[in-house]
Design a protein around this ligand. Structure first.
Ligand code: VGL
Ligand code: ZN
Length: 248
């Protein structure tokens, strides 16, 4: 085969490949136009984890996340597509180690604790108070487990899986595994703290993890939101929107 023939052959293959690609593209386009479902369909091995949708984190609360209440109707709707739903509550003692007031410091400063750096927060989600209650419009009657975290006075817990000492389990991984769940979908407050830490720890515990971006709101303390998304991407957390999920 001479040089020219070879070039023509390659060009011909290229054209054939192009046709094949656009053919497939057309088929996909037609499938979409026909309304073929391309959504994620949660199954019995999937669980929705609704993180910290509590009065303290919604407008009017002591650690209010901007527009934190807007996600409530969205979460109610998404939850209908899940057989398995877990709800978390931040659940601190009075005088908790994560409170600025405990250290005579201002909120959003940091302190060094035996387990590492701790960001200090306004007093929030004190056990049994109205602020720690779930938002009144959150309506997920079929949720099966409410897991309370950060209840140890000397250890915070952003994650629903592991406390901030990075070694005390909450029991959530064992619960999910005992029920044969392998995929978790995380939503709630706040994207860059409790949602991100929960999704990252889900990956460490070998769950497939999805964060439903529009069903979360972030605090964004000195770039924490961008960092959280970068960390989650690196860990293989899928970033999706509520419209990507099929509702029942
Ligand atoms: C949270 C700060 C302190 C959260 C909880 O739910 O994201 N953030 N405690
Ligand atoms: Zn907290």
């Amino acid at each position: 085969m001479n040089k020219l023939d070879r070039r023509m052959l390659l060009a011909g293959m290229g054209a054939a490949a192009l046709v094949a690609t656009s053919g497939a593209g057309l088929a996909l386009h037609q499938a979409r136009a026909q309304g073929a479902p391309r959504k994620i369909v949660p199954n019995l091995r999937s669980a929705l984890i609704v993180v910290d949708v509590q009065n303290c984190f919604t407008p009017g609360g002591s650690l209010a996340v901007k527009q934190g209440d807007e996600i409530v109707p969205l979460i109610n709707r998404i939850s209908k597509g899940f057989t398995n739903v877990v709800i978390t509550q931040d659940w601190h003692t009075p005088g908790h180690v994560s409170f600025a007031s405990t250290h005579g410091k201002k909120p959003f400063e940091q302190v060094d604790l035996p387990y590492g750096k701790q960001t200090l927060w306004p007093d929030h989600c004190v056990q049994g108070t109205e602020g720690a209650a779930l938002h009144k419009d959150l309506s997920i009657a079929h949720a099966q487990l409410v897991i309370r975290k950060g209840h140890n006075k000397n250890v915070d817990s952003y994650s629903a899986f592991l406390e901030a000492d990075r070694k005390t389990p909450t029991g959530l991984a064992g619960y999910l595994k005992a029920r044969n769940i392998n995929r978790v979908f995380v939503c709630g407050l706040a994207t860059d703290f409790c949602v991100a830490w929960t999704a990252l720890d889900a990956r460490k515990a070998a769950f497939e993890a999805y964060v439903i971006e529009d069903a979360c709101r972030g605090i964004d303390l000195m770039g924490s939101l961008g960092r959280a998304w970068a960390d989650m991407k690196k860990a293989g957390v899928h970033r999706i929107q509520s419209t990507d999920i099929a509702t029942a």
